[in-house]
Design a protein around this ligand. Structure first.
Ligand SMILES: Cc1ncc(COP(=O)(O)O)c(C=O)c1O
Length: 474
């Protein structure tokens, strides 16, 4: 086979091959099946040994497109309600392609002034969008997981310094166990972040009321018992099964009173601040010490993207301190993101973030958020008025937690029935929604963050679940 390095025109041919698919694919998002029943087999068909002779650029892309379209999930389409996943806005999608074309390393200004400048600007625009103080620091990372890691790493650094220890330099060996407190709404990624940080996911103290939200009296009691020792509190803006919020203002009051660090996980809930209809839910976030959200959720940029904001402008720099003779020096107006983030080399996520904010602005994002709020309210109303569905939690934001409960089904049958509908819906293709367990009941929890979802898409949810339920019962 010809040396691939002798084929410079292949780059253009590769892009043209993908672009040729794009028009039909984007059209198919509206009506095509979310997932094909044969997707697993199509994915398995890729298996095989490393080829001695390659397929060539177009051969490989043809194979990837042919098998990939059968094996993939149309998760950026309007009828995907599983996890909490957005779909790329047109501007973000175009910018993401450009990101791969330009192949920038967003580690430092010398590697890419474009990526570094747009990261600074994007973070500033995001702070403006969310009404966060303009003098906070921030970084772009891969998603909510690494954003929680970054915010909690800054918290750990602060906590160590309160004990006179620079954790970044000297580790945890000379320190006591860090007190970390949260509610029943804590997301698994905050737990994993604590695990990665050596703070221990099992050492977390949960102060939850009967609904799972922060029990303020219990939190006050725990903080009091620490007798002035520094601690970290995790507040949750948007619980993943229900969209419920912790009482953030009151938590901020207690953190102020007892000198605790307040970290807020707002992976999707931070976007409540974009609409006056829901901003009150996330009031108090501006009083936190670190706050995170996702880009690939309600911002609707392609995977992967998240961001962490930290009040203390110097702290990320001390937390993720790095440097080497071959790397540049940071300066006040030219920060080196590689020294303020977990990664050294970094994808230039700022291009897509900048492009989507530049394209649609504050009003466009308010419209996206409010459309999703309307979609959630529409589904909640349908569930409430249906005799064969049951709403399991209030719907303050964009997640609707409910179950199928047809007449005649006994309580023990319901979990099994909803579980089986949940399995069937994943290969049915009309909509895509997963199950969870809420207050001991198997439930659906469709989350609305995709800018493409219309009321017609919403109307398919109960129709599809009812249809699958009836089939499974008959
Ligand atoms: C509240 C919350 N935090 C964190 C995450 C993790 O985000 P990611 O999947 O981007 O790591 C999620 C994801 O759904 C979430 O809902």
């Amino acid at each position: 086979m010809a040396d691939p390095l002798d084929q410079p025109a292949d780059g253009l041919a590769a892009l043209e091959r993908v672009a040729a698919e794009a028009e039909a694919y984007l059209d198919s998002l509206a009506n095509g099946p979310v997932r094909l029943a044969r997707s697993d087999e199509a994915a398995a068909a890729f298996d095989g040994p490393l080829p001695d002779e390659g397929l060539g650029t177009l051969g490989a892309l043809d194979r990837l497109i042919e098998g990939g379209l059968d094996a993939h999930v149309r998760s950026s389409g309007p009828r995907f309600f599983h996890w909490v996943m957005g779909g790329a806005t047109p501007a973000a999608l175009g910018a993401d392609w450009l990101t791969s074309l330009l192949d920038q390393n967003a580690g430092g200004w010398d590697a890419s002034p474009l990526a570094a400048r747009l990261e600074l600007l994007s973070l500033r625009w995001l702070r403006e969008l969310f009404g966060l103080p303009s003098d906070w620091d921030g970084v772009l990372v891969t998603g909510g997981q690494m954003a929680n890691f970054s915010g909690l790493a800054a918290a750990r650094q602060w906590w160590g310094e309160r004990h006179g220890v620079d954790v970044s330099a000297d580790g945890l060996a000379d320190l006591p166990q860090a007190p970390v407190l949260t509610s029943g709404f804590v997301h698994v990624t905050a737990l994993k972040a604590l695990a990665m940080l050596g703070l221990g996911r099992g050492r977390l103290k949960i102060c939850a009321d009967g609904g799972g939200a922060m029990d303020l009296a219990a939190l006050a009691h725990e903080l009091q018992a620490l007798a002035g020792a520094p601690s970290i509190v995790i507040g949750n803006a948007g619980e993943v099964n229900t969209g419920l919020f912790d009482p953030l203002e009151e938590i901020a009051d207690l953190c102020d009173e007892f000198g605790a660090w307040l970290h807020i996980d707002g992976a999707f809930g931070l976007f409540a601040r974009v609409s006056p209809r829901t901003a009150g839910l996330a009031a108090g976030v501006e009083r936190a010490h670190s706050v995170i959200a996702d880009g690939h959720k309600w911002l609707n940029v392609p995977f992967d993207c998240g961001f962490a904001f930290v009040r203390d402008r110097e702290l990320l720099g001390r937390t993720f301190a790095a440097g080497a003779a071959y790397l540049p020096e940071a300066s006040e107006d030219h920060p080196i993101f590689a020294f303020r983030a977990p990664e050294l080399s970094r994808r230039a996520r700022s291009l897509a973030v900048w492009a989507t904010l530049a394209a649609y602005g504050r009003s466009g994002y308010r419209a996206i958020v409010e459309r999703c709020l309307d979609n959630a309210a529409r589904l909640a109303a349908q569930v409430e008025s249906a005799e064969d569905f049951e709403l399991l939690a209030p719907v303050p934001l964009n997640v609707v937690c409910f179950r199928y409960r047809p007449a005649g089904a006994t309580e023990p049958e319901l979990d099994d029935l909803n579980q089986r509908i949940g399995e069937a819906v994943l290969t049915d293709g009309r909509i895509y929604a997963g199950t969870t367990c809420w207050k001991g009941k198997v439930a659906f929890r469709p989350a609305f963050v995709n800018w493409r979802t219309t009321s017609n898409d919403v109307d398919l949810i109960l129709e599809t679940l009812r249809d699958l339920g009836a089939r499974l019962r008959s």
